[in-house]
Design a protein around this ligand. Structure first.
Ligand code: ADP
Ligand code: MG
Length: 238
């Protein structure tokens, strides 16, 4: 597990400032959900946590260590995206093994990690299948498997369920929360779905236009929204 501290973070693309001074604290083992309208900077913030985007100003610490200058591969972080493009020509096994192969881990370690992830995610019987032979939910599980083989301390999710139908989305919410608890990771989960935020979060962070409007426990935000924007966003399903 690892806590995450985001301090005075700003991000500029050219002359446009898209993150304008953000502070967020996420405790060890916490499930934090970032919500806010499209374009408010959620993905950019997540990408900075993963090291996929340079920080213009401010500091990010993971487990008490400033990671601004730590390469993505050296951060104890794994990211699950919305468009979890699996490699179509690779089996489930190889999709999950791929990042460890790139990192030149030894074969027995890779097999052990893939086996463990497959057991956790209920994919053991599907290891030799190709992505086209899987359902949407199974593909999403493989995407999570690719992340967990690395034993990350921090899990980042960027709208991982938005391509799934409503029923599957509800089921996957539960699975993701169980995974989070079982692996004892710290998670940062981006969504624009208020219901998802309310049901999954230990802490909700409401963003608007590159700033944090309010953060707190779901019921705190629901009962005591800081302003009309938060009230509207948390209170009314889209
Ligand atoms: P969200 O995930 O909340 O929808 P993003 O973080 O994707 O928002 O985007 C925040 C803002 O930054 C948007 O206005 C977007 O157009 C802009 N943006 C994101 N990535 C880039 C980029 N690589 N170059 C320029 N502008 C970008
Ligand atoms: Mg986004």
């Amino acid at each position: 597990m690892a806590s995450v501290q985001i301090r005075g973070i700003k991000k500029q693309f050219g002359s446009t400032q898209v993150i304008r001074g953000v502070d967020i604290d996420i405790a060890d083992g916490e499930f934090a959900v970032l919500v806010g309208p499209s374009g408010c900077g959620k993905s950019t913030l997540l990408r900075m946590l993963a090291g996929l985007e340079e920080i213009t100003e401010g500091e990010i610490s993971i487990g008490g260590t400033v990671v601004n200058n730590v390469q993505p591969k050296d951060r104890d972080i794994a990211m699950v995206f919305q468009n979890y493009a699996l490699y179509p020509h690779m089996t489930v096994n190889d999709n999950m093994a791929f990042s460890l192969m790139l990192a030149k881990k030894d074969k027995s370690f890779i097999q052990q990690q893939v086996k463990k992830a497959a057991e956790i995610l209920g994919l053991t019987a599907l290891l030799e299948r190709y992505p086209r032979q899987l359902s949407g939910g199974q593909r999403q599980r493989v995407a999570m498997g690719r992340a967990i083989v690395r034993d990350p301390q921090v899990f980042l999710f960027d709208e991982p369920l938005s391509n799934l139908d409503a029923k599957l989305r509800v089921q996957m919410r539960t699975e993701i929360k169980e995974l989070h608890q079982r692996l004892k990771t710290t998670s940062v989960y981006v969504t624009h779905d208020q219901i998802e935020a309310m049901t999954m979060a230990d802490q909700i962070v409401v963003m608007r236009d590159g700033l944090v409007e309010q953060r707190g426990r779901p019921l705190e935000l629901y009962d005591r929204p800081a302003n009309i924007f938060v009230a509207g966003f948390i209170g009314s399903p889209a």
